[in-house]
Design a protein around this ligand. Structure first.
Ligand code: SRM
Ligand code: SF4
Length: 575
């Protein structure tokens, strides 16, 4: 039975007054699927046992909470349709890795899974997680068990819950503050859903009865959140995590009265929908300053506010950013205070020295050990025949040395905790597998991001990951022709406006628009505190670099060498 809920819209009328409008709309079908699922179980157990290659629509929705997406290989869709064959069903599995930190044994397990049940690649994501593509239904349980053996899980990596908590790798290597090292895993533990469903269905059903049944967290309840919820922790001077693009962003700082803690931002998010004009990218607003001890209770109150006020009648407008945008940050803060039971502090001024470190190349850490950050094109770790064999290189490092791995929010990987005496071995291994380090990378290649898009993503309008190298080359050619060949340029490309590679805050954002064209955005930048603006619409792939040409001409002649492309186009304005 469809339950009806009240949709509340709050807007400021000026003079400090607030206009509250309510309307009654049916909730989405997904809400009922969640409610009747017995805490994310539904028919998943039975559907995993049957011989059918795909799953039902209800199961598809619930699988997301378990970190699993039902997909089909879009490269063969047409050919199969012509032959009246069913779709080539495959699954994508996302493994939540708080702060992107992976031990060598965990990396070896991730590597084995890639061959045993997936397509041979490990896909590093823009939120420091790992994805597998091309998994068949009967591979899902073995995959979950292999993760569980190494204390990893895909549970909560997708779905209407708090997703993988992201943090700057610089916080892990800083010797200064132990509490900052732990903050990501602490948050991940506090906000993970507590249902045993994943363990029962995917890992070890037989033992389910002996497991203590734990009540679901009060801020989730039986319908969980209206949609996904994202948290990231930035370094005080390094915004490599894009802290303004998050539902909750945390920037470490020191309050003159309260001491150490975080400036807490709320209401960021970059996804948009062409079908709905009332959707938009939004940067998060500073809401308060919290100490370490207050952090979880304040975030729990924010999550509860979102649970209560988020729009459960339209999934395209269900993110928390719309609650904050519709009611304004002041009113949102009051709603949080009501649920918290007390007032919160004013936020601190945002840091002025804030840029994005790509964490690439060799660096010595405070304790004398080394780390090396390795570029991974579009996050795809694999062995290329006759080319770079990065997957084998990382496996051999994990087999031979007691290092730590960090996946970055730039889809790259850092090998850290390398003893001084082991550095030559790591250098030799990387060289043997033809892994190019930072000095050998092109200026655009170095930081370019792309989402997976075709052939796996069901939402993709255009290519992204597969055509990124070609686009990088043509843009680097354009820059080289203009004596701009040494200036860095941040390029991000996605197959649709959902914005998974965060093009909305990039210096150049290329976003799939129709089957064969892209919209071109310019003017964001590594600080992540500015949205890019639409420069040209519906540009065919082959014309993207030419369309940018006149802007590059002006950047060359009208800026000094220190002015980034994003800052330049913002200063002069583009039309
Ligand atoms: Fe994303 C949906 C891939 C980061 C906004 N995203 C998807 C799906 C699951 C497609 C789908 O719904 O069917 C994509 C899987 C494709 C595939 O074949 O693998 C997908 N998103 C990714 C990843 C793998 C991109 C990457 O190149 O690394 C990132 C995985 C992150 C993770 O580990 O958790 C990824 N997605 C993001 C980000 C960036 C971020 O969070 O920092 C965004 C923009 C920020 C935001 O949330 O606003 C993002 N993804 C979306 C949206 C738009 C949500 C919205 O507010 O409207 C969707 C669509 C949806 O949820 O319905 C989406
Ligand atoms: Fe798919 Fe669009 Fe995300 Fe790319 S941006 S992975 S095409 S949902």
């Amino acid at each position: 039975m469809t339950k009806w809920i009240r949709l509340v819209t709050i807007s400021h009328t000026g003079m400090g007054e607030i206009d509250v409008t309510t309307e009654t709309k049916p909730e989405t079908a997904v809400e009922e699927i969640k409610r009747s699922s017995n805490f994310l179980r539904g028919s998943l157990g039975e559907e995993l046992d049957n011989d059918v290659a795909s799953v039902s629509n209800d199961a598809e929705q619930l699988l997301k909470f378990h970190g699993i997406y039902s997909q089909d290989n879009r490269d063969v869709r047409r050919e199969r349709a012509v032959k009246h064959e069913e779709l080539d069903y495959i699954f994508m599995i996302r493994v939540a890795i708080p702060g992107g930190r992976v031990s060598p044994d965990q990396w070896l397990a991730l590597d084995r899974i890639a061959s045993d049940v997936a397509d041979g690649s490990i896909r590093l994501t823009t939120r420091q997680a790992v994805q597998y593509h091309g998994v068949l239904k009967d591979g899902l349980r073995p995959l979950a068990r292999s993760l569980d053996e190494q204390l990893m899980t895909s549970f909560g990596a997708c779905g209407d819950v708090v997703r993988n908590v992201v943090s700057c790798p610089g916080l892990q290597s800083d010797q200064s503050d132990e509490r900052l090292h732990e903050i990501t895993s602490r948050l991940a533990r506090t906000f993970r859903a507590t249902t045993n469903a994943h363990w029962e269905i995917f890992v070890n059903g037989d033992k389910a009865a002996s497991r203590e049944e734990i009540a679901e967290r009060s801020f989730y309840g039986d319908t969980y959140l209206p949609r996904k919820f994202k948290i990231a922790v930035a370094h005080p001077h390094d915004n490599c995590v894009d802290v303004f693009a998050q539902d909750v962003g945390l920037i470490p700082g020191v309050h003159p009265m309260a001491g150490d803690g975080f400036t807490l931002l709320v209401g960021g998010g970059l996804g948009r929908s062409y079908a709905n004009d009332d959707t938009f990218s939004r940067l998060a607003d500073p809401m308060t300053f919290v100490t370490y001890d207050e952090l979880e209770e304040v975030i729990a109150a924010i999550v509860a506010t979102y649970r209560d006020l988020g729009d459960r009648t339209d999934r395209k407008r269900a993110r928390m950013k719309y609650v904050v945008a519709d009611m304004g940050i002041e009113q949102f803060r009051k709603e949080v205070e009501v649920r918290l039971g007390r007032d919160v502090r004013e936020p601190l001024e945002l840091p002025t020295r804030f840029d994005a470190d790509d964490h690439l190349g060799w660096r010595q850490l405070g304790d004398g050990t080394w780390q090396v950050g390795v570029r991974v094109s579009a996050g795809r770790v694999r062995d290329d025949e006759g080319g770079t064999t990065l997957r084998t290189a990382l496996r051999e490092i994990a087999e031979q040395l007691p290092v730590a791995f960090f996946i970055t929010a730039q889809q790259d990987i850092i090998v850290s905790a390398i003893r001084d005496s082991d550095r030559p071995l790591v250098e030799a291994l990387l060289a043997r597998h033809r892994v190019r380090l930072d000095g050998a990378l092109g200026v655009v290649e170095r930081t370019a991001l792309a989402c997976p898009a075709l052939p796996t993503c069901g939402q993709a309008l255009t290519e992204a990951e597969r055509r990124l190298p070609e686009l990088v080359d043509t843009i680097e050619d354009e820059l080289g022709r203009r004596k701009l060949g040494r200036r860095s340029l941040q390029l991000r490309m996605t197959g649709c406006p959902n914005g998974c590679a965060r093009p909305a805050v990039a210096e150049v954002g290329i976003v799939g628009r129709t089957k064969s064209t892209y919209d071109v955005y310019v003017g964001g930048g590594p600080r992540g505190d500015r949205l890019a603006t639409l420069f040209r619409e519906k540009v065919p792939f082959a014309e993207i670099s030419t369309v940018l040409g006149p802007l590059f001409d002006r950047w060359e002649s009208e800026s000094d060498v220190d002015e980034s492309f994003g800052d330049f186009v913002t200063r002069v304005g583009v039309s």
